[in-house]
Ligand binder design. Structure first.
Ligand SMILES: Cc1ncc(COP(=O)(O)O)c(C=O)c1O
Length: 388
């Protein structure tokens, strides 16, 4: 089956729902069993049981979504939790203990850094940040207690694609776990498990949900043993995704392929237009031939999505504020992946410690939504006129 067909058919069974196409939300805490044997068998088999035990440990909706995600990524299974950030947290903390060391990419999502600096530090876990372009040279950063390498590809704000293949190969050879946050590219465009990683983290809040109306995350595991570790930790945190959110996310995913295609085509049109503008110094979008990550992107991805950044020529902060404040369609907001276009002013230097970021002008991060590109380009063109 092609992935587009899986997106439509996998993880639902109309016959079990009286012929209704979508599985409704199963709200519930208590799950009753008829016999002691049935209840005890379900408990014993958890987390690999197909029976239900308690609303916090799994619902028909969480199982459908987890099944679809595992199928798309080619994983042994998945766990769905209440946000992308919860998924990041679980992938890290479930696998780490006091005294362990983590290698974390410097271009990671800001709150992921906070988990390392605030939460893991208190657990007695140390973190070393590394340059996203490091590739197999990651080996130089290994310590005897290194337990896990965390990647995010492409990275937040400046979209460096990592050599996930080389890094996970080095990790595997040393018995170190590897995790990649692949939120930018849903499984339709990148399958990191096939590149060799142990876990994929996805903020389903973005493209999978697709409508900016839910928060949800997932960790997809390569093997049943790896799945067990994150699933039991998620159970302990009481962080299972709510049934309604799973229903909304599954609804979003049924149309993911067509939405992504639209985002990709429109984004390339806008990115190329931006490249032609005198106000622009650089466009950071791996699908562009001029991008420093283009070769790696071409090797490991089958598509590009709608999030990228633009470095402008030096200009005043007042000018940037005039541009942003007056936009008609691009609104300022952080969480991307919905149908609407967004733009924020970003500063990589506020978060990085292990890789240089030098730019004379401001950096804008854009998300290209599903509007017509002529309207978006007109909006940007008018915005540039307000810079002066
Ligand atoms: C790369 C990446 N990972 C994880 C997250 C966290 O997702 P959520 O907003 O669902 O917590 C985000 C959110 O912006 C993100 O951009």
């Amino acid at each position: 089956m092609h992935i587009e067909t899986d997106l439509v058919h996998f993880g639902r069974d109309a016959e079990k729902q009286f012929g209704f196409v979508n599985t409704p939300a199963y709200r519930g805490s208590t799950v009753v069993h008829r016999t002691l044997a049935s209840l005890e068998a379900a408990m014993l088999a958890h987390p690999h049981s197909s029976d239900f035990i308690y609303g916090l440990l799994g619902t028909p909706n969480s199982r459908e979504l987890e099944g679809l995600l595992a199928q798309l990524d080619g994983g042994a299974g998945a766990v769905v939790v209440q946000s992308g950030l919860a998924a990041v947290h679980i992938a890290l903390a479930a696998n780490l203990s006091h005294g362990d060391h983590v290698l974390m990419v410097d271009t990671t999502y800001g709150p992921t850094r906070r988990i390392c600096d605030a939460v893991l530090t208190r657990m007695g876990v140390s973190t070393t940040y590394y340059n996203p372009s490091i590739g197999a040279d990651i080996a130089a950063h290994f310590q005897p207690n290194t337990k896990l390498i965390y990647m995010e590809s492409p990275g937040s704000l400046t979209f460096e694609v990592q050599d996930v293949r080389a890094i996970s190969e080095v990790a595997r050879a040393r018995g170190v776990l590897s995790v990649v946050d692949s939120t930018w590219a849903p499984a339709l465009y990148c399958k990191p498990l096939a590149l060799g990683v142990d876990y994929v983290v996805r903020a389903l809040t973005k493209y999978e949900g697709g409508s900016s109306d839910l928060l949800l995350g997932a960790v997809i595991a390569r093997t049943p043993e790896l799945l067990r570790t994150v699933k039991l930790y998620a159970d302990d945190l009481g962080s299972l995704a709510h049934p309604e959110d799973c229903v909304l996310c599954l609804r979003g995913m049924r149309s993911l392929a067509v939405r992504l295609q639209h985002h990709a085509t429109s984004t390339m049109t806008v990115a190329r237009w931006l490249q032609s503008r005198a106000e622009v110094v650089r466009v950071f979008y791996p699908a562009l031939e001029t991008d420093s990550s283009h070769a790696l992107w071409k090797r490991d991805f089958t598509g590009a999505t709608g999030l990228f950044s633009v470095e402008l020529r030096p200009t005043s902060r007042e000018g940037v504020a005039r541009m942003l404040d007056g936009m008609r369609y691009f609104r300022m907001g952080y969480s991307w992946g919905g149908y609407e276009s967004l733009m924020i002013l970003a500063d990589p230097n506020r978060v990085r410690t292990a890789s240089d970021w030098r730019a004379d002008g401001p950096l804008l991060r854009l998300h290209i939504g599903l509007e017509h590109t002529d309207d978006l380009i007109e909006d940007l063109s008018n915005g540039f006129a307000r810079l002066a």
